[in-house]
Design a binder for this molecule. Sequence first.
Ligand SMILES: [Zn+2]
Length: 340
Amino acid sequence: MIRRQRLAALLIGPGMFAAMAMGQQPGSVPVMPGAHAPAGPGAAIPGVRGPALRVAVSIAPLEGLVKPLLPEGSSVTVLVPPGRSEHGYEFTPAELAALAQADLVVYVGLNLEPKVAAIIERHDSPGQRVVCFAEAAGIRDEAGGAGREGPGGHAHEGHEGHGGEEEDGRIDPHLWLDPSLCEKLVPSVAAQVKAGLAAKGAGDAAGTVDAAAAAMEAKIRETDEAWRAALAPFAGRAIVTHHDAFSRPAERYGLKVAAVVRPIETADPSPAQLVGVIEAIRREHVLTLFVEPQFNAKAAERIGQAAQINIAKLDPLGDGDWFKMMKGNLEALTNGLGEK
Ligand SMILES: [Zn+2]
């Protein structure tokens, strides 16, 4: 049973889309002492010793996953600026320069940032180290390729078209929204940080990187456990999201993505697609439509009004603090999924 559907209470705050308009330079954030001291339960992540590294990451969540593994004074440049979608973003010359100059580049792969992958290949800078998240997590994009889900990969349980593998064979690149995959990223980043420090004559700092990595992995596992516990009462419940970013966490934690507002991330939905979303909302008894701050909310609002459901926010990128992003999204989900 679901409770009576209510008229859309448009919960979108006034500041929510302000970031969209900001045409910012790539944000290079210095690593400050204690800057990545984690909030919430668990021990603080111990600091890393050694000379500063210049790091470039493609999207904001990677900043939060990488920064705790870097020595004080290191800089992390996020290539896709705040408020912009990770899909179809054209990098500026300044962003490409930051990429070329970085000691370490961390990107997702699976064709999410084809330009980054192409530049890394072409650039072939001897001192530059590179971590591809998909590779670190054992996920490949070749159809039929081995190990695409890696060891312990999860089963597909009736979530047709949603989850790691799409119906058209496309592999969902939103790896950073699945804590289990983020945990697999950490050792690969730590290994490249250690190699980078060794190249600068600070090989003796490796132990501090290992300690930080172990603490990060533990903290990511806590996030995984928090999601599992909080979403267990909602098993089987369906949601609608703005674009297809949340299939992996939905599958891992027992939810179903009934439809997405923007099936093609870089294009506005057609009227027929909007009607399809409304039909899916009714068919799957969806209570809440989740919009994302990187997209215009107009179409989603029209759907919300037509289907008379709530609108809330999920943020697939956040502001660079991965733990904060995951916490906010979990709260939004548990609030939006209705009564237990
Ligand atoms: Zn996406």
